[in-house]
Write a protein that binds this ligand. Structure first.
Ligand code: VGL
Ligand code: ZN
Length: 203
């Protein structure tokens, strides 16, 4: 069983949004086309409380994109984004959601960030995504969405660690930093992740 995971395709990560990923909207038509080629489609949604500690606005004297410590972990400080029940947190209106069976929300604890769809950044709490996928008989996980160097990367890392055959559909993702993405890609390849192009699925 093959599952397609749509990672954080939300207004705030698309040009015009609070934490826009360059060319973020370019992936959406590909993602929409890919969906019918999978047994199961799920989505993740970055879903932060208004005063989330990953926001630079919550740290006096700090600026957006500064790096600090949070819960003993290195933390990039982001612009306020994906605040629960705001337009920025909604899925892009261009994204086809009709085949999405379930939405896993993440980043809901104020004190810790959560890039992966499986766990928070400290691996303290699980979202139960792995159990959900195994319960559906999923063996292969295909990843698309935003951002390639953060939430897609960390979701892929956990997918590999959870024992799923993990495929990163490179042209259906975009990164915040190209340099960060190259590093993430090397790491995933080292760990057994596979990088493919949507063409190999769409034909
Ligand atoms: C993300 C930074 C902060 C992402 C989420 O979806 O990649 N990046 N929150
Ligand atoms: Zn976030």
């Amino acid at each position: 069983m093959k599952a397609l995971l749509l990672i954080d395709i939300q207004n705030d990560f698309i040009p015009g949004g609070a934490l826009a990923v360059p060319e973020g909207s370019a992936i959406i038509s590909i993602v929409n086309e890919l969906q019918s080629h999978f047994d199961l489609v799920i989505a993740t949604q970055d879903w932060h409380p208004r005063l989330h500690k990953s926001f630079a606005s919550q740290h006096e004297g700090k600026n957006v994109f500064d790096v600090t410590q949070l819960q003993g972990l290195e933390q990039v400080l982001w612009p306020d984004h994906c605040v629960q029940s705001t337009y920025g947190a909604e899925f892009s209106p261009a994204l086809d959601m009709t085949r999405v069976e379930v939405i896993f929300r993440k980043g809901t604890s104020t004190e810790i960030d959560s890039y992966s769809g499986f766990f928070d950044n400290g691996h303290l709490k699980s979202t139960a995504l792995a159990e959900y996928l195994r319960g559906k008989g999923v063996t292969d996980v295909y990843l698309v969405g935003l951002a390639a160097d953060f939430c897609v990367y960390f979701t892929a890392l956990d997918a590999i660690q959870e024992g799923f055959s993990t495929y990163f559909i490179e042209d259906a993702t975009r990164a915040i930093s190209q340099e960060g993405f190259e590093k993430a890609k090397r790491d995933l390849l080292d760990k057994g992740g596979q990088f493919i192009h949507s063409q190999s699925i769409l034909g």
